[in-house]
Ligand binder design. Structure first.
Ligand code: HSE
Length: 306
């Protein structure tokens, strides 16, 4: 049995605009790298290889709590040392906590000879999301582990469905402000109007059908969120302008990536994805907010051993 493993854990876009907590998509960029080693003592040692200053106490670290939950379930107790090289900035909305959580869970299971089921691996990883956002949600975790687009029909009990999609380009802009998922959840209204719910159901069904039928127009029409976006977009400078101008530049549509502040847009081809990136840059240059952009595609591999 191997004692050390290196993995690549992809960034993800949760919600996919209308599917709050139930849809997510993996990206080819950015991604984190982690090295996990089995140790004899049932403890978790964390070594940060980046400059994000994340906690090294296992109970306070997303990957750490995941590994502690793995140890708790093990019959023959062993421990882990984990080196984490994050490239997905925490608080970016591109699934930073999920990359740590899912990467740690998949790597641990692999080192242990895949003794846990895929469902148990997702459960371990969700402990990391609970630490990061206060709630267990799998819309970053599931696509991070499996790649592609995931529908989380239910988490109690777990019911996750892979959704095929046509090739798509994804342009992401990350304004350099931090939005904590827990805060972005706190501000949401606890009740929705029936008329808004009906619109949202129509969009979710339309989006999933659009992916499955490879109908780009339907995908574009369905990228609309009448429940979460009106509240959260207030936290994101330039949001409306970026959305309008990116669609004018040819993007199918898009919105807040996860809980923000990143914004993503889907495009049919690379040329449009780059034109979309240009628009995003122009808006942030104009309003004077630092930003980082990615032009990438859907990752179909998920967490990968390297
Ligand atoms: N579905 C979660 C949310 C994703 O929007 O709060 C967080 O990345």
């Amino acid at each position: 049995m191997a004692k050390t493993i290196c993995i690549k854990s992809p960034g993800t876009v949760a919600n996919l605009v209308c599917g709050f907590d139930i849809l997510g998509m993996a990206l080819n960029e950015p991604y984190d790298i982690m090295k996990l080693t089995l140790t004899d003592e049932p403890t978790v040692i964390i070594i940060n290889k980046d400059n994000f200053n994340l906690p090294v106490e296992a109970e306070r670290n997303v990957a750490g709590v995941v590994l502690l939950s793995v140890i708790e379930k093990m019959e023959n107790k062993l421990g882990f040392e984990i080196e984490i090289e994050k490239h997905i900035k925490p608080g970016s909305g591109i699934g930073s906590s999920a990359a740590s959580a899912a990467g740690a869970a998949v790597a641990a299971n692999h080192l242990l000879g895949n003794i846990f089921s895929s469902e148990e691996v997702i459960q371990f990883a969700m402990n990391g999301e609970k630490l990061a956002s206060g709630v267990k949600h799998a819309d970053n975790i599931a696509p991070c582990i499996a790649g592609g687009i995931s529908l989380i029909r239910s988490i109690y009990p777990l019911d996750i469905i892979a959704i095929d999609s046509p090739p798509l380009y994804v342009t992401v802009v990350h304004p350099q402000i931090e939005v904590r998922t827990s805060d972005a959840r706190q501000i949401l209204r606890k009740q929705v109007l029936l008329k808004d719910a009906i619109k949202q159901w129509g969009n979710i069904a339309g989006l999933v059908t659009g992916f499955l039928k490879q109908d780009y127009d339907l995908i574009g029409r369905s990228l609309e969120d009448v429940i979460i976006e009106p509240v959260r977009s207030i936290l994101i400078p330039g949001f409306s302008e970026i959305k309008i101008k990116c669609k004018e530049a040819g993007a199918l549509g898009g919105g807040i990536s996860g809980s923000g502040p990143s914004i993503f847009m889907l495009s049919v081809d690379e040329k449009t994805a780059k034109a979309t990136e240009k628009v995003m840059k122009e808006v942030y240059e104009k309003i004077g907010v630092d930003y980082y952009t990615y032009v990438t595609t859907i990752n179909n591999k998920g967490v990968e051993i390297i």
